[in-house]
Ligand binder design. Sequence first.
Ligand SMILES: Nc1ncnc2c1ncn2[C@@H]1O[C@H](COP(=O)(O)OP(=O)(O)OP(=O)(O)O)[C@@H](O)[C@H]1O
Ligand SMILES: [Mg+2]
Length: 264
Amino acid sequence: MSAATAKRPKLTVEDASKFYDTPTGRTHALDRFSMDVQDGEFICVVGPSGCGKSTLLWSMAGLHALSSGRILLDGEPVTKPSPQIAMVFQEANMLPWRSLQKNIELPFEIRRQAPARDRIGRLLERVGLAGFEGKYPRELSGGMQQRASIVRALSVDPSLLLMDEPFGALDAFTRDEMNLLIEEIWLETKKTIVFITHSIPEAVFLADRVYVMSARPGRLSKVFDIDIPRPRPLEVQAAPHFVELVAEIKGSIEHKAPARPAAA
Ligand SMILES: Nc1ncnc2c1ncn2[C@@H]1O[C@H](COP(=O)(O)OP(=O)(O)OP(=O)(O)O)[C@@H](O)[C@H]1O
Ligand SMILES: [Mg+2]
């Protein structure tokens, strides 16, 4: 393919570095991290705790400014939150005084737009929450709340979905269910997804490519292509190739103690 016809990546991270300066000192969280993500890819990022994964994702969302380097979405620098980018966090972050429907409609209210009720209805149906629109968060299980937060993120029809350990707080059964659901939704919608997780089996199950980060400051340490055909049933996790990939990725993760923050 010539340079002129080469496909522009959906998302580009170029030499991203981030320092946090706080009254207690400076932390070097991210160090010249680069990645290219093509439209419709499912990318997982793994790495030791505190290595800068959330910092990277928040920067992709335009919620954190980088110290140097840049992030491009469709070739345009990401410097602030955009309607093209939605995020799902570990906690569902539902407002307790609002019903499920009203929680899902919140991003529209913030933007002073009419809620996309048809789309929301279809998504609620899709994740098995039809009929629960009037319930309050306290009346829903953790898995149901997290499904609702996925509906909330997708309801604005973003082109990039960022997920920061979205299933980390769920029990193993619910997590398996959610992994199947997110794979199905991704196959149907072909959104571009960047998904952070502590679970290497989860990363191998979901991803087209797994990026491994080093201990802080987070650098790109290794990239693994996951060549397992889709759709991937849960049973694939017992297949020898799956188990080998998990072991290979585990072996590539550094387990050194994280560096201390520099003195002020
Ligand atoms: N707002 C902030 N102000 C100051 N330091 C921060 C801030 N956010 C993160 N850090 C520091 O930056 C480093 C990377 O944090 P980050 O949350 O990105 O790591 P992580 O890989 O997501 O960790 P975990 O796997 O535990 O969620 C940590 O040392 C953390 O203390
Ligand atoms: Mg994090």
